[in-house]
Write a protein that binds this ligand. Structure first.
Ligand SMILES: C[S@@+](CC[C@H](N)C(=O)[O-])C[C@H]1O[C@@H](n2cnc3c(N)ncnc32)[C@H](O)[C@@H]1O
Length: 215
C-alpha cells in the first residue's frame, strides 16, 4: 500500500471487528483476495446506503461478503439487500459471517448468474452495486436498464454504483487485442457516459467507482 493510501485508511472510520476477521479469512482462503472491497470502500458503501436510505439494494458479486455486510450495516430496518454470487464455493465463507452479523438478516443470498437471477426477481432496486465479472459489465447495464427485455430493474432516482471502472489504470493504457476485461470496462464506461437517461461521475476511490443516477 502506498503512503497516500495508508493516510486515507488511517483517516477513515475503523473497520468493524467482524469485517477485520472476514478480511483476514479472505486472505487465507481465497486465491484472489484483492477483489475484496476493504476498509475505505466498505465505509463508503455503508455511508452511501445510510445517506440514500434505499429500501431495496442489489449487489452483483458477493465474493466473501465484505461489501454486502458493509451495505447491510447502513440499511434501515425492513430494507433488504439482495446479493447474487455465481460461485457456490464462496457460500461456506460468507454464510457464517452473515449469521454472526447483527445485520445479516437484512441480506438475501442468491447463488447463480445475476444475468439469470435478476430478471427472475422482477424487482426494482433503489441502489445497485455492480461488482461481478468485468467482461459482463455492459450486459449487466443493459439488463438493469431493461434494454433487451423492456423490464428495467431500476427506476427514476435509482443509483447504480459500478466498481473497478479504472481497472488498475489499464483504461488509459494501450490495449492488447486479447484483453477482453479492459475492453468491456471501456465499453461500459463509454455506454454510460453516452446514455442520456443517466447522469454520472467516476470517483477515484480504490480502483474507481462509476456513480450513476437514473434521471
Ligand atoms: C470483485 S468480486 C466481488 C467483491 C465483493 N463485492 C466485495 O467487495 O467484497 C466479483 C465476484 O463476482 C462473482 N461473479 C462473476 N460473475 C458473476 C455473475 N454473472 N453473477 C453473479 N456473480 C458473479 C465472482 O464469482 C466474484 O466472487
Amino acid at each position: 500500500m502506498d503512503l497516500l493510501e495508508q493516510y486515507i485508511e488511517s483517516h477513515t472510520s475503523p473497520e468493524d471487528e467482524l469485517l477485520v476477521e472476514l478480511d483476514r479469512e479472505t486472505h487465507q482462503r481465497v486465491i484472489q483476495p484483492r477483489m475484496i472491497s476493504g476498509r475505505v470502500q466498505g465505509r463508503f458503501l455503508e455511508l452511501l446506503v445510510r445517506m440514500l436510505r434505499p429500501r431495496t439494494v442489489l449487489e452483483i458479486g458477493t465474493f466473501t461478503g465484505y461489501s454486502a455486510l458493509s451495505m447491510a450495516a447502513g440499511l434501515e430496518e425492513g430494507a433488504v439487500l439482495h446479493t447474487v454470487e455465481i460461485d457456490d464455493e464462496m457460500e461456506p465463507i460468507f454464510r457464517p459471517f452473515f449469521e454472526r452479523s447483527p445485520h445479516g438478516d437484512k441480506i438475501c443470498v442468491h447463488i447463480g448468474s445475476a444475468l439469470d437471477i435478476v430478471p427472475q426477481l422482477g424487482m426494482k432496486f433503489d441502489l445497485v452495486f455492480v461488482d461481478g465479472d468485468k467482461r459482463e459489465y455492459p450486459a449487466y447495464y443493459r439488463m438493469l436498464m431493461g434494454d433487451d427485455s423492456g423490464c428495467p430493474s431500476v427506476h427514476s432516482g435509482s443509483v447504480i454504483l459500478a466498481d473497478n471502472v479504472l481497472w488498475y489504470g489499464k483504461v488509459v493504457e494501450e490495449l492488447p487485442r486479447t484483453d477482453r476485461f479492459t475492453q468491456a470496462i471501456l465499453d461500459f464506461n463509454r455506454m454510460v457516459a453516452d446514455d442520456p437517461r443517466v447522469e454520472q461521475v467516476i470517483l477515484t476511490i480504490r480502483d474507481g467507482l462509476n456513480l450513476i443516477r437514473v434521471k
